[in-house]
Design a protein around this ligand. Structure first.
Ligand code: FES
Length: 190
């Protein structure tokens, strides 16, 4: 069959549209469903660093940013991290006097930007397209979202892997970070 000029005028835009919608469908499925679950953490011991007094995180969803020293090869680096008080226990959390605390790395497992605490779920839904009733962690670079109530699991956007957890321990009402989950993505493994 010989294609005329008129046919080509239709075929090229149709092929471009089909390619675009195919790509869009693939991205939608990838962004929504190709996420790695959260397993029980395997801890690597590290220095003992004060995070907060339990009284400083008095209410559920109170949070505190902190830095945790980690060794990467021969170099030491300060890992940006966040500790929360959560309304319920999750994998890797610390229970202290009936309250639950979780600490997560703030280094996005997609391309390493620093994630932020998003405390306004309405604004979060607009900016991150992730609808929830409580705060979560959002990455400003490509709008990835991570869920603290699923122990840091990636729930929206390009990141596939959860945020690594930091081990928390308590002594005399003070919370300390004493190690981190391995692998420490994306620093130790992409
Ligand atoms: S670096 Fe965080 S979503 Fe891309």
């Amino acid at each position: 069959m010989k294609l005329g000029r008129r046919d080509i005028i239709w075929i090229i835009p149709s092929a471009i549209a089909a390619g675009f919608f195919g790509w869009l469908g693939y991205r939608t499925v990838y962004i929504q469903f190709f996420k790695t679950g959260v397993a029980e953490p395997v801890w690597k011991d590290g220095p003992r660093v004060r995070v907060a007094g339990a009284g400083e995180l008095e209410q559920p969803w109170a949070f505190r940013y902190f830095e945790y020293p980690v060794r990467v090869g021969t170099a030491e680096r300060k890992l940006q991290a966040v500790a929360f008080r959560l309304p319920q226990p999750v994998s890797g959390s610390l229970e202290l006097g009936g309250a639950h605390f979780l600490a997560l790395s703030r280094v996005c497992t997609h391309q390493g930007c620093t994630v932020n605490y998003v405390d306004n779920p309405e604004l979060g839904a607009i900016a991150y397209n992730y609808r929830t009733e409580h705060p979560f962690l959002g990455c400003p670079c490509h709008f990835g979202a991570f869920e603290p109530l699923q122990a840091g699991r990636a729930v929206y956007g390009p990141p596939r892997f959860p945020l690594p957890r930091l081990r928390l321990e308590a002594q005399n009402g003070t919370i300390y970070a004493t190690g981190h989950e391995t692998p420490l993505r994306p620093i130790e493994q992409g």
